[in-house]
Ligand binder design. Structure first.
Ligand SMILES: [Zn+2]
Length: 237
């Protein structure tokens, strides 16, 4: 499954973002985007990002910057398009996340609702309308796939801005929303404890399986097990 990640705005020049509390929107969007790219790639998604370095400027004018983003996504034939932004207001009490979609009652709206559900518990509540229809945003209008634009809280609000200093947390929440929506698991499936004991017994790493099944092993047993497993891996690999 292909996902296009678009960290909003350019580092400098045209189409730069908002600023507040010592942060710049284009930097926050870049850092969230790079964590999100990593999490999605690790989970097996095919990911392309519009900005691959912090100082990347995708174009020299506003219109070209917007065009570049949706054209790259269309060319990539992404299944979903995710644009990352921060809100700003003259009122520093304005806070909370919301997600923009081109139209409601759409796949994009369902993706938006899976994502916002994960963002709110981070402390990004505050907006009464959490999914907003926007007809005038180029990246939503001209993308050929379901597209969402996430406003990850207000950079002008001190608490929201504080959360933006932990971009990995915001990225993780968006990642979990995408996984829940697409039905793709966030973690590799690990073997059960009992299956692991049975396999280790089968490979001759342990013989006294009852102790391990029953959980009656002690600290020394555990250290011994670590050494046996380590030796087994060193021999086999
Ligand atoms: Zn923005």
């Amino acid at each position: 499954m292909k996902i296009f990640i678009d960290p909003g705005h350019n580092y400098s020049g045209a189409d730069t973002g908002a600023a507040g509390n010592g942060l710049r929107e284009q930097d926050v969007s870049y850092f969230v985007g790079s964590y999100l790219t990593k999490y999605l790639s690790d989970a097996g998604f095919d990911v392309k990002c519009s900005r691959n370095k912090l100082a990347d400027n995708v174009a020299a004018t506003f219109n070209r910057s917007i065009n570049y983003r949706y054209m790259q996504a269309n060319e990539f034939k992404a299944d979903y398009f995710i644009s990352l932004h921060c809100d700003a207001s003259a009122d520093k009490d304005a806070k909370g996340a919301h997600v923009c979609v081109y139209s409601k009652n759409s796949t994009a709206e369902r993706l938006a609702s899976a994502v916002i559900k994960k963002l709110i518990p981070l402390g990004l509540d505050g907006r009464s309308e959490k999914i907003v229809e926007r007809k005038n945003l180029g990246v939503l209008k001209h993308t050929n796939m379901p597209a969402i634009l996430i406003e990850m809280g207000f950079i002008t609000n001190p608490e929201n801005a504080n959360l933006m200093r932990s971009p990995e947390m915001i990225a993780r929440a968006i990642f979990e929303g995408i996984c829940e929506f697409t039905g793709i698991k966030t973690e590799k499936e690990y073997m059960s404890v009992n299956d692991t004991i049975a396999l280790m017994s089968d490979r001759g790493i342990i013989s006294d399986t009852e102790k391990w099944y029953n959980g009656t092993w002690n600290d020394d047993d555990f250290k011994w097990l670590l050494r046996k497993v380590g030796t087994y891996i060193a021999d086999k690999m």
